[in-house]
Design a protein. Structure first.
Length: 266
């Protein structure tokens, strides 16, 4: 990435980026106005923004930058979760909470690199939810080694890009287990397994996890469920009343889809 803007606590952020050969920072600023002036004259691919910055908060700055560059990637850094939902609404690459490690920072940058140019690429991933749940990359199915990792992905796809907490995942995937430390550790392990399995097929960017929050990036794959909800005729013909048959938590959604089919999906 050759056009990266950094704005916020420069002392801290300089230490993070100065030794990274993977990116080239073209502008570093400790106040929002200078960052905006720079962005007016210089195209940028990624903005690394501290929520606390002179002149305005980082979310507002990110919004202004996104208005200028609709495909701009945003990485936010904060000492609390107060603006996390605002960051999600801006489709941020990540929302790092202080204190964060250099490894976490690098992971966010790697995600950003994968996402660059995504709008120009043909979607490689198709997710099938009618009948049994399956994921195809370049028309070939992913052979999941972990059944729970596959189920976690299915659950996130069902949520249509919405964020899901650890408690919500446990309630759905391990409804008979207590929500204790052991189960939470198990949930964390399954998330890591999912990331590794997707990475083996080069599509790990569809899964986003940070600080106990998980979601899928719905812009990076096609899905029969989403096509059906959008009213596409092909999806209407393909849906015969069966949805993610292997998962009990999917029964409620299947009932909703059957009702929509009966009354006619607009």
């Amino acid at each position: 990435m050759r056009t990266v803007l950094v704005a916020g606590n420069l002392g801290e952020l300089q230490d993070r980026v100065q030794d990274l050969s993977e990116i080239q920072v073209t502008g570093m600023f400790d106040n929002a106005q200078d960052a905006l002036r720079f962005a007016q004259k210089n195209e940028i691919e990624l903005a690394i923004l501290d929520i606390k910055i002179k002149g305005m908060d980082g979310i507002c700055l990110g919004g202004f930058l996104r208005d200028k560059y609709p495909d701009l990637l945003l990485l936010f850094i904060s000492d609390n979760e107060l603006y996390a939902m605002d960051a999600i609404r801006l489709h941020a690459v990540d929302y790092l909470l202080k204190p964060y490690t250099q490894e976490e920072f690098m992971y966010s940058l790697e995600t950003a690199k994968l996402l660059l140019g995504r709008g120009k690429r043909k979607k490689r991933v198709f997710i099938k939810t009618f009948g049994h749940f399956d994921v195809f990359v370049d028309k070939k199915p992913i052979m999941f080694r972990s059944g729970k990792a596959k189920e976690l992905l299915a659950f996130l796809v069902d949520r249509q890009g919405g964020t899901v907490s650890t408690d919500q995942v446990i309630c759905a995937l391990w409804e008979e287990r207590p929500n204790d430390e052991a189960t939470q550790n198990l949930c964390s392990k399954v998330s890591k397994n999912l990331c590794k399995e997707l990475e083996m097929y080069g599509v790990q960017e569809i899964f986003i996890a940070s600080r106990g929050i998980r979601r899928v990036d719905t812009e990076l794959f096609d899905c029969d469920l989403y096509a059906l909800l959008a009213g596409e005729e092909k999806a209407k013909r393909q849906f015969v009343g069966e949805y993610m048959l292997d998962y009990s938590w999917a029964e409620e959604r299947m009932g909703q889809l059957n009702k929509l089919r009966d009354i006619g999906i607009p």
